[in-house]
Design a protein around this ligand. Sequence first.
Ligand code: ACO
Ligand code: ZN
Length: 443
Amino acid sequence: MTIMAESRPDLIEGCRLPVLLSNGEEWHMAEILSKKEVGGRNIFYIHYEDFNKRLDEWVSEDRMDIGRMELPRKDTKTPKKEGKAVNGTTSRSSSPDRELVNGSAQKQKALVARKRKTVEEDSEALILQPDGQPEPLPKIPRQTGSMVAHHDDIVTRMKNIEMIELGRYRIKPWYFSPYPQELTNVRIVYICEFCLKYLKSAKCLERHLMKCLLRHPPGNEIYRKDGVSFFEIDGRKNKTYAQNLCLLAKLFLDHKTLYYDTDPFLFYVLCEHDDKGYHIVGYFSKEKESTEDYNVACILTLPPYQRRGYGKLLIEFSYELSKFEGKTGSPEKPLSDLGLLSYRSYWSQTILDILLNLKPNEAGERPIITINEISEMTSIKKEDVISTLQHLNLINYYKGQYIITMSADQIESHSKAMAKKLITIDPKCLHWQPKDWSKRGKW
Ligand code: ACO
Ligand code: ZN
C-alpha cells in the first residue's frame, strides 16, 4: 500500500479551522482555499473570515488548530462570505485590516448598510431643504472604469505575485493581478519605476534601465508644488504605460478586474520629485466621459506611501479638476474599505471647513447654507454631501426646520484634523484645461 505525501487526508479546500495569525498571538477562524506541496510538506492558502482578502496567506500545519477543524458544508462548495451587495454600495467584502476599526468587520458591514439605509430613508426628509429635492440615491451603478467589478474564482482569489521591486521599495502585493504566467514563478517581479515595465530578474531590469530614457511618467505635468507633481496620461496615447499602471494597481485593488481598453480613460499620476527623477506615489483614473458623473474610476496610493495624506491629496485633486470643469462628481462604486474611509474623511473635513467658516448675516442671524451650495463650492456630489452630514450626525430637526448643529467636541476634533493636514492642493499651481471629449468623435 502506498501512503500519500499528504499530511492529513481531511485537510481539503473548504475546511474551516482556527489559524494562528502572523503576529503569533491570536487564533482566527479561516477557510482553506487551496493547498500545495513544497519540499515534501503541504502548505495551505487560507482566508481569514471577516478579514479583508489582503491578509490571505500560505500557512503550514503548525499554525492550524486541526482538532477544531470543520468540514466543508455540503450546500456550499466554496462558501463565500463576501459577495452580497449592500444596497449597491459595496459589492465585496469591506472587512478592514485588524488595525482599522475596533470590533468585527461584520459590525462594520452592518454599520455601512445601516448608514446607507438611513440616507435613503431620510432623503425624503431632506427634500424640505431650501434647495429643493435631492435626487434619489443611485441604484446599483453599471460598472465602468479602467477596471470593472469581477466575480471571484479560485484563481483570481489568490495572490499570484510574491513580491515586487519598484524603485527603492520592495512591496508585498495584496491581491491577484493578471501579470504573465511566467512572472508568477519568480520570487520578485522587478518593475521599472518610470515606465512601469515588468521584468523577471534584477539583471533584466538593469539592462532595461540602460535603455529606458523616461525619468517621469509620460504625458503632461499639469501640477507641481512642494516637491510633488501630477502628470496627466491619455490611455489612448500612452496605452502601454496605462496598461502597466493598471496591472500594478490591480495588485492593491481587490474589487476590480483589469479592463485592457484604456482608451476611454485619463490617468492622473502623483509623483514625488528628487534629483533622480519623478517617483510614482499613486494615481487615479478618470473616464473621459462619464454618464454617471464619476470623477474617479480607480484610486491608489502605493503601500510605502500610504497613511501620509496622499490618498486625500489624490481625492482633493480629483475634485479640483471637477471644479475646473464646473461639475460635481463622485467616485465610482463600489468603494473599497480603505477607499470609503478616505473619502469619508475627505468629505467630512471639506464640508466641516465650510460650515465652520460661515459668517452670520448682517442682522447677526444664524448663517444659512443649502446642500446645493455646499455641493457647488466643493464639487462633491449632493448625495455625498447628504450622506456625510448624516454620517457626522449633524442634521437635526428643530422647530419645523432642518438645522445643522455642531458640538464643541466636533469643532475641536475638526480643528485638530485640519491642523494635522500635511499637504494640500494649491489650485494656482494647476495648469490644465478641461477637454470636451463628447465633441471629439473618437477619444
Ligand atoms: N487603517 C485605518 N485608517 C486608514 C488606513 C488604514 N490602513 N489607511 C488610510 N486610513 C485613513 C487615514 O487615517 C485617513 O483618515 P484621517 O485623515 O481621517 O485620519 C484616511 O484614511 C486617508 O488617509 P490618507 O493617508 O490620505 O490615504 P492613503 O494615502 O493611505 O490612501 C487609499 C488611501 C488610496 C484608499 C489607499 O489605502 C489605497 O490605495 N488602498 C488600496 C486601493 C484602494 O482600496 N483604493 C480605493 C478603491 S475605491 C475606488 O477606486 C473608487
Ligand atoms: Zn523603464
